[in-house]
Ligand binder design. Structure first.
Ligand code: 4JQ
Length: 494
């Protein structure tokens, strides 16, 4: 048998596959004759070798970003960056390829089980990063204490996983990361929560759409201690408890049993997860040593009032997140209709840097915010922006001799910061230029024609203005930008 989850392709299946791919590609290419011009503007190959049709889909579970999708991605990233700027976080990046060693840890998490790993040509065990936090920890560690803490850093990495591809189960996504390294108090978590809320508000999402569940792993830790469960079992217990929503209470108790947690203790752990208020939690904890967990939660809820996001957050003891390294406060963003997966998640990871060999304890916390679920949410609420390419001007030469003149006009406009598209094929008919401008969403057309050019002028036509009289105007080349400014026409660039 081939490796689990893989298929053999015997000759018959290979022939079938090849025939199907070829047919699809040829259908797309159309049945045009060599040399013939196609409607798309392409010319069918005449004196070139036509190879076997390539696969046009990107690798399994990955996405292409065509311009329309790229505009949306840039819009989303623009909001991520704008929030990061408002909270004074600095942007950083790291290679998408990392040493597999960076993710070797106890806990049996999904994220480390699904690594997109391989052995490179040097024999090194490497992986496409499944998450950003270990790279950030590595970078902070590499500064060897030469950085003044705390630091507030953010990034927009593409992260990878390798798993069976199904609907909504891709192998890559982009994940906005915001982290505060070197602050042990919940003041750090509060800033992170405020940033998440700031971002949601920025894209038109309200507290009626989204909430942030907050918990502390120290509560669970205290419960484990009470039942005599060894601290080294803690990450495993958290990763199991994280599955509660997916697999149910009985299955969680069963898995805990596998980690040496007695059934009675397992039941009590699961029962404690149904707490939905800090007051209930206080009652349950009594004088159990929770390492200050309840006090921290109280502080978060108090400070949320001062920050003005109290209506966004709630306590939920069942939120633990699926990463082994969280040690304290954990939180996740969810849609209040309960239709979508978690929108974002984060927490405190005070032991990660020491795990990587830091001689000092470096407290840290952060969150990850994926690019997919929030887009689904915006679609569902009718909040997706309609984005179009921004072209201020199309400059069109009347004939080949006027290309140089056209180039001067374009350079002048571009020098002033305008977005300028040049019609590459000269057009005697203005209609051609207008049709082109229409297609590329150009706002105005400069028509560079012999008579006007001879008198030092260019004709501008406004394609967006409603009124007929200011639609067409001859402007002097000399002082063109000033003339445009006088008409209130300035670059659309921010
Ligand atoms: C974690 C979560 C992910 C996705 C696509 C890729 C991915 C990769 O939707 O979610 C990791 N490591």
């Amino acid at each position: 048998e081939p490796p689990s989850g893989t298929r053999d392709f015997f000759p018959e299946q290979i022939r079938l596959q090849k025939a199907a791919a070829k047919a699809a590609h040829q259908a797309a290419a159309g049945a045009a004759k060599p040399g013939q011009k196609q409607t798309s503007g392409h010319t069918v190959a005449e004196h070139v070798e036509v190879g076997r049709a390539i696969e046009t889909e990107p690798p399994s579970g990955t996405r292409d970003f065509f311009p329309e999708q790229m505009r949306l991605q840039n819009w989303l990233f623009g909001h991520f960056r704008a929030t990061a700027r408002r909270f004074a976080f600095q942007e950083y990046d790291a290679p998408v390829l990392e040493s597999e060693e960076l993710y070797k840890r106890k806990g049996g998490e999904e994220i480390t089980e699904q690594m997109y790993n391989f052995v490179d040509k040097d024999g090194k065990n490497v992986t496409l990063r499944p998450e950003m936090t270990p790279s950030l920890a590595r970078m902070i560690l590499s500064l060897g204490g030469k950085v003044l803490l705390p630091v507030k850093w953010f990034s927009l990495p593409q992260c990878w996983r390798f798993e069976t591809v199904q609907r909504g189960r891709k192998r890559e996504h982009y994940q906005w990361n915001m982290d505060i390294i070197g602050e042990k108090s919940v003041a750090a978590e509060i800033e992170l929560l405020a940033a998440v809320v700031d971002f949601f508000r920025g894209i038109g999402i309200t507290a009626a759409d989204v909430g942030l569940k907050v918990n502390s792993r120290r509560v669970l830790s205290a419960i484990l201690t009470k039942f005599g469960i060894a601290p080294d079992q803690f990450p495993f217990v958290c990763v199991i408890v994280d599955k509660l929503d997916k697999i149910g209470a009985d299955a969680v108790v069963e898995l805990l049993l596998g980690q040496g947690v007695a059934e009675a203790a397992g039941r009590q752990i699961v029962a404690s997860l149904s707490l939905k208020s800090v007051d209930e939690l206080k009652l349950l904890m009594g004088d159990t040593d929770d390492g200050g967990a309840v006090d921290e939660l109280v502080t978060i809820f108090e400070m949320a009032e001062a920050y003005g996001f109290a209506d966004w957050i709630l306590f939920d003891a069942s939120v633990v997140r699926g990463l082994a390294y969280y040690t304290g406060i954990v939180f996740e963003g969810f849609d209040r209709r309960g239709e979508l997966r978690a929108i974002c998640g984060g927490g405190r990871y005070d032991k990660l840097l020491s795990l990587y060999g830091s001689p000092e304890v470096v407290p840290a916390c952060g969150f990850g915010f994926g690019d997919c679920v929030v887009i689904e949410l915006l679609k569902e609420r009718g909040l997706l922006p309609t984005l179009e390419p921004e072209v201020d001007f199309v400059v069109a030469p009347y004939n080949a001799e006027l290309r140089a003149a056209c180039a001067k006009v374009a350079a002048l406009l571009r020098g002033a910061g305008f977005a300028v598209d040049v019609l590459l094929e000269p057009a005697k008919k203005v209609k051609k230029a207008f049709e082109y401008a229409d297609r590329v969403r150009g706002d105005r057309v400069f028509f560079v024609a012999p008579d006007e050019w001879a008198s030092g002028k260019v004709r501008m036509k406004d394609l967006r203005s409603g009124s007929a009289d200011d639609k067409e105007v001859d402007l002097p080349l000399d002082g063109l930008i000033a003339a445009l400014a006088e008409m209130g026409i300035t670059s659309s660039a921010k």
